[in-house]
Write a protein that binds this ligand. Structure first.
Ligand code: GLY
Ligand code: MN
Ligand code: MN
Length: 434
């Protein structure tokens, strides 16, 4: 955790909010899995982005220009018994000393203190509609202030979405954020290589998943950024397949979409390779086509280029290739116009990547695809999925699913493929599996 980095983020946020206004954001809460057992805690990304504070039952308040301190953190008081059972927590002193809060209060006193902080503020920035309890509390507190207007208190007149400001900030990654992404990616690349090297017909998808998770955890990354997709053969045609329970068959491909999380930053990598280490002619032809579409899409990643260019070019290359291979017939422009290619390529080229695997940030501004900027990170992940019951194509093509996904940083000179160390040419994959 970099204290300076978090401080800069808060200062940037406060500059956006402006004096006379207030911003409020709550932590994630612990969610029960079953009796006495909770899901592993994952902090809310927006909250963590501003605080670096990794506890539940917390709420951060930002009041630009407040004399007694602009950043207030409500959290749990230190409780020795709780610490004995659950481990250390920051407490009120930790909130100020270790996390840079100007002031800290017990979360249990929120209802007594926060209404006072809201008084005489014009706008309240908060993540609207995300936390029903906070929504409701806020309304109650504001109503309470309204009732006191005769004693001179002014209730805030405007509720504003905090997300817009915050997500624009999160969309552009700092060097520190990129270093965390790179760490998540480097470990994930190792896991993909391990999967290629330990893959064998007769092993189960979950065993390959286990090998990858071993690599993540062995390298200190205990959370996956999303449930791993380890899909042999036809399972790859189910886009969100996560059962991972089938046996791997000789002659099939294996599609793996898996990434680790490093200090709240996600890697998102897909590789597809032959279970037996050698592509069949049909697999190679389709794979080569996806790879070419991916190269073409990555080439469009550079500053001032509309986000959608990568998608458009991937559609063009894939549709032309499908016609050349005889899987589609007709005029390429018309097949694109009528979206005939969507039988085989039904998803989009990618998404923003960051703290959330499908990260925050608008894709359009004023209804136009936004232009890429230095510091944005996105995935480029074209694919082809030939359904088993697609009788319009020769049988030899059916049941093949391929996706190749890389994580790409927009740089001043164009882009950097952060996941470049994960093998993806036919020759490199066959070599590493030999
Ligand atoms: N792993 C989710 C995605 O590729 O979007
Ligand atoms: Mn992705
Ligand atoms: Mn993915």
């Amino acid at each position: 955790m970099s204290a300076v980095e978090f401080k800069i983020r808060r200062e940037n946020l406060m500059a956006e909010i402006g004096e006379g206004n207030i911003a409020i954001i709550a932590s994630a809460e612990i969610r029960p899995r079953n009796r006495d057992v909770d899901f592993p805690f994952r902090q809310d990304s927006d909250f963590y982005y501003l605080t670096g504070f990794n506890e539940s039952s917390a709420l951060a308040v930002f009041i630009p220009g407040r004399d007694k301190g602009e950043y207030i953190l409500f959290c749990r008081e230190y409780d020795a018994t709780k610490a004995l059972w659950e481990g250390a927590h920051a407490g009120l002193d930790g909130a100020t000393l270790d996390y840079g809060a100007d002031d800290s209060f017990p979360i249990d006193d929120l209802g007594d203190i926060l209404p006072g902080l809201l008084e005489n503020k014009e706008k309240v920035f908060y993540p609207m509609g995300r936390d029903a309890e906070l929504d409701q509390n806020l309304m109650e507190w504001i109503t309470r202030i309204r009732k006191q207007t005769r004693s001179g208190a002014q209730a805030p007149g405007e509720l504003v979405s905090l997300e817009h400001i915050l997500h624009e900030m999160r969309l552009i990654k700092s060097p520190y954020e990129i270093s965390l992404l790179k760490r998540a990616i480097d470990v994930s690349v190792k896991a993909h290589i391990r999967a290629m090297q330990c893959c064998q017909a007769g092993r189960y998808e979950y065993q390959i998943e286990g090998e990858m998770i071993h690599e993540f955890i062995d390298n200190g990354l205990r959370a996956v950024a999303y449930p791993s997709i380890v899909a042999g053969g036809i399972n790859a045609c189910t886009l969100h397949y996560t059962d991972n329970h089938s046996v791997l068959k000789n002659g099939d491909l294996l599609l793996i979409d898996a990434g680790a999380e490093c200090d709240h930053y996600a890697a998102d990598i897909t590789r597809t390779f032959p279970v037996n280490g050698v592509f069949s002619p049909e697999q190679k032809a389709l794979y080569q086509l996806v790879l070419e579409s991916q190269y073409a899409a990555i080439a469009e990643v550079k500053p001032n280029t509309p986000w959608n260019n990568s998608h458009d070019v991937s559609v063009k290359v894939l549709t032309q290739g499908l016609v050349d291979l005889g899987l589609l017939t007709g005029d390429v422009d018309e097949l694109i116009e009528t979206e005939a290619y969507k039988i085989f390529y039904m998803h989009r080229i990618g998404h923003w990547l960051g703290m959330d695997v499908h990260d925050v940030g608008d894709y359009k501004i004023n209804k136009e695809w936004r232009l890429l900027e230095v510091g944005m990170v996105l995935t480029i992940e074209p694919g082809l999925y030939i359904p088993e019951d697609c009788y319009s194509v020769e049988e030899r093509w059916r049941g093949i699913g391929i996706r190749i996904e890389d994580d790409v940083l927009v740089t001043a000179s164009g882009h950097e493929v952060l996941t470049a160390a994960a093998p993806k040419t036919v020759a490199d994959i066959e070599a590493i599996m030999r």
